[in-house]
Unconditional design. Structure first.
Length: 142
């Protein structure tokens, strides 16, 4: 796969597979937004947002609940990456979630033409703690 992963990818879907039931949930709605970029110098950046995020007219007057909702409806981080076979590790330098900053996020990757599929290994959901596999589908930007 090596250099084939380089470029910018647009998010098509973001789902969670509930391991207990096999149910698939649209984690960020039917039409999430997001971009993922991998560069030849080994850098990466990702931002994902849920459809229907609240629009706060004046952030200086946003309530704690509005701010929490904005935080809970996005993922954003950047760092370096290493690719080995069908595994990519994101070495996180900066993140919307400080628990990820300084961490390594291991993902499974599959490339099919202009589609990139990224899945997590089974892990507790950040939403409710249930065991899930996160599944992201990306489409190459041209």
């Amino acid at each position: 796969m090596d250099g084939a992963i380089y470029g910018t990818w647009k998010l098509v879907s973001a789902t969670r597979l509930l391991l207990a039931t096999g149910e698939k949930i649209d984690a960020f709605g039917k039409r999430p937004s997001g971009y993922l970029t991998y560069t030849p110098d080994g850098r990466m950046i990702a931002i994902l947002t849920k459809e229907g995020r609240p629009k706060v007219a004046d952030m200086s007057k946003a309530s704690d609940q509005e701010r929490a909702e904005l935080f809970n409806t996005m993922i954003a981080y950047a760092g370096t990456f290493s690719l080995r076979g069908d595994k990519v590790t994101h070495h996180v330098d900066i993140s919307w979630n400080e628990n990820w900053t300084g961490s390594d996020q291991l993902r499974n990757v599959k490339l099919e033409g202009d589609k990139l599929y990224i899945t997590s290994d089974p892990q507790p959901s950040g939403v409710d703690g249930r065991p899930v596999i996160a599944e992201l589908q990306w489409e190459r930007l041209r």
